[in-house]
Each structure stands twice: as structure tokens, then as C-alpha cells.
Design a protein around this ligand. Sequence first.
Ligand code: SF4
Length: 233
Amino acid sequence: MPMDKEKFAREALDRLAAKYGRNLHTELSHKNITELFVAVLLSPQCTDKQINNVTPELFDRFRTFSQYADADARTLMRYLKGANYYKTKARNLKKAAGIIVDRFDGKVPKTLEELMELPGVGRKVANVVLNEGFGINEGIAIDTHCITVAGRLKLSKHRNPEKIERDIMRLLPKDEWGRISNLMIALGRDTCTAREKECRRCCLSEICPSSDAKKNTEKIGNKQDWFSELSGA
Ligand code: SF4
């Protein structure tokens, strides 16, 4: 009997959780919500390692959003130099901190809409801040790893992060949205990288529609059916 797409998504999530952990969190170093917000704001187009290299000194020097808002943008740039697009990010950080101070009493806002009003904050950044910082699942953070993995698992036919997010939100319950993002990232860093897939050592090899090492095609049913349904074809 073919597995339907929701069951497939659940099975994939359970297998990934068994392999990579049930409580995965971002690898961006932080000790509080202010540091988390800043680290996530700086993270687009960078590796976590890059950001973890620049944040220790930054976090030593700046503790509050008032301090970021009052800082000269060029001073912030000096601290952020190890990050890609550091000039733009320094300006965004200063502006976002100013808005957080003026409109949100110096505290990181807790809704997707409010977060996305801040300079440099898109859906991915907002979703990570909400999930990691407050345990709130309003959406699914989709990064480049998630795009690769979602495509190979045929959870979505799209390459656009918002469309992928929407497709996966339809497949899994809300309380799993934060977890599936971190698990897809873990898979995308391990066996299912954009450059190559190592299906033989992947925990999804038996059920994945793109597996090179599929051992039991019965279990996955007709992959084309899911793909057609997801794409609305
Ligand atoms: S089985 Fe292969 S294609 Fe499928 S998720 Fe694993 S590494 Fe990627």
C-alpha cells in the first residue's frame, strides 16, 4: 500500500529525528534572545561558523539594543568584517535595533509581521528567531539546505523558499515546523549536500524518491503521484 505524502513527511521527520536528535537547535552561538536576534540577522549568505567567529567580540562590546542603536555604523562594520555583506548588515543592525528600542521597548517582537518590518529581517530570519527564541512556530525557516533536501524528497517542486515553506506546512502539524527545518538543515549538511548525495549512508535511503540506494521501492509508493498533487497538477 503506497504511503501518502503526509505519512511520508512524518516518516522522514521521525527518521531524521532518530538520527540527528529530537531537540536540534541552531548552531549560531548565543546566550540570550538579543544575541540570538543579532546572530540570525547577520546569518544570511554566511555559514554559522563565520558568524560564530565574529559574534564573541561583538557580544562582549554590545549587550543591549540601545547600545547597537547608538553605535556608529562604521564601528559595527569593524566588528562584522568577517561576515559577508557586513556593511549592509551593520546598517541594518543599527536601524533594526533603533526600531526595537522605539517601538518594542527594547525587546525582540514575537510575531512574524512585526519582525519582518525590521531592516534585514525576511521570513527565514523571522522564523528562526520565533522558533529558537520563543518556541513559536508561525512558519518554517527555509535555507539553501532545505531547498536541496525538500526537492530531493519531493516535498515541494518549487525552488522558491516561500513556496517550499507553504508546501511543507501543509504536510506537517504546526508543532513540528521548527524541528523539520533544523532536521533538513542537518541532513543537508551531512549526506544530502547540494554538491552530492550520499544515499548509501543516508537514514532516508529506503524511503526517499531520489535515493540512489533505494532498497524497498514498495514503501514509497508512486512518487509521481505526490509530486503531481503537491504541484496541483
Ligand atoms: S536518500 Fe539520497 S537523495 Fe534522498 S535524502 Fe538521502 S542523500 Fe538525499
